[in-house]
Design a protein around this ligand. Structure first.
Ligand SMILES: Nc1nc2c(ncn2[C@@H]2O[C@H](COP(=O)(O)OP(=O)(O)OP(=O)(O)O)[C@@H](O)[C@H]2O)c(=O)[nH]1
Length: 349
């Protein structure tokens, strides 16, 4: 079992709008044999933490964060709760765990939580961010995406989107919801669920830190991006205004890029527009480095770069950006200018 001294604990965020089915999914995930060494943190508004009671039956290492919404008011509490849990593990007061699932409130923006995990000096060497799992309700999902920016943001940052309550919605409606979500976040892996279906361990286990899974994960981002690009540049007319101004686009470079120049570009972009950049994911062909470098970030936070063993296909640098209120052409122009890349002529539609 990992997760003791030295080995970082993988932290998964489980988010999704109010009542979307997060706790129901969590209970099914925790019953999987591969996830037995998982601890859980649950954040609830108000005094009564009902979810806590529900999950407690399944897992004894549940900690309930008491105050407010984890994304805005209680970053200190989050740090202390994780630190406390890890301290208990080291002292042998709770069984060792290698994974921690944080279930957020239905109104949480996951990005500040990610930032806390990465930026807190007391945490950042002990935890690493695994998949962000977002639950979207098949019945109310479209309505929530229209009405609540929180629901949009939760879907936009997801690595995995679970469409729940499929037993309560017509297949057409589920298909329409998934098309919409795919427009919003072409890199996420989709999974449909109802109360009876098993929750696949893939939702949590296979991530970009996982040597076995990393390559498959990155290939999927890129494949999804390609189909998305085709929809965008081909003759499909997609009504983007329905997503507010959130949209996904892809930056590419055929020539190797300079790591320092890329770092400077990304830092400046995130400093200036970090709150608008919900997600950045991709592969870089760095000059002088043979293996592809995986970069990914959520808003202002960029994860530690990882390497892939080999290139998944012929194409080289590709960066998928999911952003709000940001003109893709402007981002592309600064990307090319900073990296000294030649200007790209737009392909005819
Ligand atoms: N029919 C059906 N009901 C579901 C499904 N998933 C969740 N529910 C029900 O939806 C309600 C809300 O589910 P929860 O798992 O508590 O949702 P949540 O996202 O944790 O809710 P909050 O923590 O309040 O935001 C409960 O009554 C569940 O039984 C599903 O796939 N099918």
């Amino acid at each position: 079992m990992s997760g003791g001294w030295g080995e970082p604990v993988t932290v998964n965020l489980l988010t999704g709008f109010l009542g979307s089915g997060k706790t129901s999914l969590l209970k099914r995930l925790l019953s999987l044999p591969s996830l037995t060494d998982t601890a859980v943190l649950i954040n609830e508004f108000g005094e009564v933490g009902l979810d806590h009671l529900l999950v407690e039956e399944v897992d004894e290492e549940v900690v309930l964060l008491k105050s407010g919404c984890v994304c805005c008011t209680i970053r200190g509490d989050l740090r202390d709760a994780i630190g406390g849990l890890m301290g208990k593990m080291r002292r042998g007061e709770v069984p060792a765990f290698s994974r921690l699932v944080i279930e957020t409130t239905g109104l949480a923006d996951p990005a500040p939580i990610v930032a806390t995990l990465q930026a807190e000096p007391s945490l950042r060497h002990h935890v690493r961010l695994g998949n962000v799992v977002t639950v979207v309700d098949a019945v109310d999902g479209l309505h929530n995406l229209d009405g609540f920016p929180e629901a949009l943001r939760q879907a936009a940052v997801a690595d995995r989107i679970v469409v729940s309550k499929t037993d309560l919605a017509a297949t057409d409606a589920i298909d329409a919801l998934e098309r919409r979500l795919h427009e919003l976040n072409p890199t996420a892996l989709f999974h449909r669920s109802d109360m009876e279906s098993a929750a696949p361990e893939l939702l949590l286990l296979q991530d970009v830190h996982d040597l076995e899974g990393r390559s498959a994960e990155v290939r999927r981002w890129l494949a999804a991006e390609t189909s998305h690009a085709v929809a965008e540049h081909g003759h499909h007319h997609v009504d983007r205004s329905r997503h507010g101004e959130i949209r996904a686009f892809c930056l590419t470079a055929d020539e190797p890029v300079d790591w320092a120049a890329f770092g400077l570009w990304l830092t400046m972009l995130l400093n200036r527009h970090g709150s608008e950049i919900l997600r950045v994911k991709g592969l870089l062909d760095i000059a002088g480095v043979e293996r592809p470098v995986v970069v990914q970030g959520v808003q202002h936070t960029v994860h530690r770069p990882e390497h892939l063993e080999r290139w998944p296909d012929e194409a080289r640098t590709r960066l998928v950006v999911i952003a709000r209120n940001l003109e893709p052409a402007l981002v592309e122009r600064s990307f090319r200018a900073f990296l000294g890349l030649t200007a790209r002529v737009a392909a005819p539609a």
